[in-house]
Write a protein of this length. Structure first.
Length: 349
């Protein structure tokens, strides 16, 4: 009996050790990145298909160009002071949310990947495929979805500063949890939520007391769950940039492309990178030279002043008789004679 108990204790201790070791190894297996960024797009019926697919296209355009890495990844400093960090990198997840009707006619809260997680670094600077995205539709459960996204961030294969880039009108009509409570729990999970307000469908603004095509009060709760009291404030990767809500696009004062670029900049490097310089003017390349100023080449300068060359003499005045001009030697002789006569007259006097 004692032998059986001893074996049982040994097996239990071994199992515990292996469990701890496995947990430790799984943690170590996570890929270290500077930022884990979730792009979360409202795919519910409160957002029109036109607006939804405009966002999909804008996201695809930005994240499929090499300038994304050059502008928003390469400049990232090693703020976490990780000795094992070899290069700047960002892991990006692409999601939409809404509800899906099941066989019983009930709407299930749904978070759906639009594309696989993509790691951006010096070896992989573009490559997300958003060509076959189908809009979910249904109701708008924003509070529930934030909790699900927070869980996704804690369970994925990356380890970095966690941020959610939410695109929504804020008209939550189907969440089963309090939005303020959800926002505070997400904050305690170490997740920063930034919001780009997008215009809701026509008619929703009439239900909103402010008449805006979005619910600003609701969206601000997600960004500032503690109302910034006592310095409690979510921060982005660059800690000088707190969590933020952007309204200019929804108000029609900014293009979607400019708003998206500014939002990504604030979530990553903290400032908007300078626009690319204009193409360089290479004077050595054929076709780019300024016209050569060659006075000896026909048509490329003022006529050469060569009095000895035929056809280049100044015009002659026809009224001027060149034969009446005395030679220089004759003039000198006359001058000498005049001087001598003056001297003789002076002596006589």
């Amino acid at each position: 009996m004692k032998k059986t108990t001893l074996i049982y204790k040994y097996l239990l201790a071994s199992a515990s050790f292996l469990s701890i070791l496995g947990s430790h190894l799984s943690t170590k297996a996570a890929t270290l990145v500077d930022i884990e960024l979730v792009l979360l797009l409202d795919g519910s019926d409160s957002v029109s298909e036109e607006v939804f697919y405009e966002h999909v296209d804008a996201i695809s355009d930005l994240f499929n160009t090499s300038s994304f890495y050059e502008d928003f990844v390469k400049p990232l400093p090693n703020l976490r002071k990780e000795p094992s960090r070899e290069e700047p990198s960002i892991a990006v997840g692409f999601y939409q949310f809404g509800t899906v009707e099941n066989s019983l006619g009930l709407h299930e809260i749904t978070l759906r990947e639009m594309a696989d997680w993509t790691l951006y670094n010096k070896d992989n600077q573009s490559g997300v495929d958003l060509n076959n995205v189908e809009k979910l539709g249904g109701f708008t459960p924003i509070a529930n979805i934030l909790k699900q996204v927070s869980k996704e961030l804690s369970e994925n294969e990356y380890d970095g500063h966690k941020e959610v880039n939410l695109f929504s009108d804020g008209f939550d009509n189907s969440s089963t949890i309090n939005p303020l409570r959800a926002a505070r729990e997400v904050y305690r999970d170490g997740v920063t939520v930034n919001v780009l307000a997008i215009p809701g469908e026509d008619g929703l603004a009439e239900k909103n007391n402010s008449g805006q095509p979005y619910d600003e009060d609701f969206l601000r709760i997600l960004v500032e769950p503690y109302y910034n009291a006592f310095g409690i404030q979510s921060k982005n990767f660059n800690e000088e940039v707190p969590a933020f809500l952007m309204l200019d696009y929804a108000d029609g004062e900014q293009t979607l492309e400019d708003a998206l670029r500014l939002k990504i900049a604030r979530e990553t490097i903290g400032f908007l990178p300078a626009p690319p310089p204009p193409p360089a003017q290479d004077s050595g390349a054929p076709g780019n030279e300024p016209p050569a100023q060659d006075s000896g080449a026909p048509g490329n300068g003022p006529p050469a002043q060569d009095s000895g060359a035929p056809g280049n003499e100044p015009p002659v005045n026809p009224t001027f008789d060149t034969e009446k001009i005395p030679e220089p030697s004759s003039l000198l002789g006359l001058l000498t004679m005049g001087v001598c006569l003056l001297c003789k007259q002076h002596k006589k006097g």
